[in-house]
Design a protein around this ligand. Structure first.
Ligand SMILES: [Zn+2]
Length: 247
């Protein structure tokens, strides 16, 4: 599995001894806010063609997250309920634990001010859809990382609606503001920042193989043509056999 240390991702042009991304736009991020749409009856590819929201594949995404938490129960942690924190439709409220703790402290620093989260964790299947919409010029997507390469797949990224209100509180606790090209986007770079990149891809590959013993693909955490074609064929409603924490 290719797991590039976060510090290297952020210093790609300086001194880190890691290979560059295969595509020049891999690091491009996008603000993406979901709308509520019905879960698709068919495949991810059909859901991609028929909707502009990844809520149409929500059960499959939930299976991928559940499987990720089987692989590494400590890798992703859910945000606790906080009175001033609200979410857009379809947000999966997971971050790595140090990022979660820093975000909670930031939100609690102004407990009477709304802290609205547009987007947080995304699965590789969701990122596949967003990337395809971008490639097709659909659904208002102006930029999108390739699947497997969005920071929203790492457990470190969050999009905040009223970001200017919360910038100081987040930056002082280890979050880096991406800047004016994507104002809602922050990446956690504070103590304990370890990217979980690739775990969502690995989780998908395990789910696929569990459900398709006659069509086994590599469980390497890398998004490539094999994984892409299986994501396209996967059911929006999730696989018959879901996450399994007992290997
Ligand atoms: Zn973002």
């Amino acid at each position: 599995m290719s797991r590039i240390p976060l510090v290297c991702l952020l210093a790609m042009f300086t001194a880190c001894a890691v290979p560059p991304p295969e595509e020049g736009d891999d690091e491009e991020e996008e603000s993406f806010e979901e709308s509520e749409e019905a879960v698709g009856e068919g495949t991810v590819e059909q859901a991609m063609s028929n909707s502009c929201s990844t809520t149409s594949i929500r059960p499959l995404s939930q299976q991928i997250i559940d499987e990720m938490r089987c692989i590494d129960p400590d890798g992703f942690t859910a945000l606790p309920e906080l009175s001033n924190v609200t979410y857009s439709t379809g947000v999966f409220p997971y971050l790595i634990a140090p990022a979660r703790d820093a975000l909670v402290k930031a939100a609690q620093s102004k407990p009477s001010t709304n802290f609205h989260i547009n987007s947080m964790f995304r699965t590789v299947a969701q990122q596949y859809m967003i990337r395809r919409w971008y490639e097709q010029g659909r659904c208002g997507i102006s930029a999108a990382a390739t699947p497997g390469n969005s920071n929203h797949e790492t457990g470190l990224a969050v999009d905040i609606a009223n970001n200017s209100t919360w910038r100081n509180a987040l930056e002082s606790r280890g979050f880096d503001w991406l800047g004016p090209n994507d104002p809602p986007h922050f990446d956690y770079e504070g103590a304990g920042a370890v990217s979980q990149r690739g775990f969502d891809v690995l989780a998908f590959q395990r789910l696929w193989n569990r459900n398709h013993p006659d069509d086994i693909i590599a469980e390497d955490g890398d998004y490539g043509p094999q994984t892409r074609s299986r994501i396209q064929k996967s059911p929006a409603q999730g696989f018959d056999i879901g996450a399994d924490c007992e290997p």
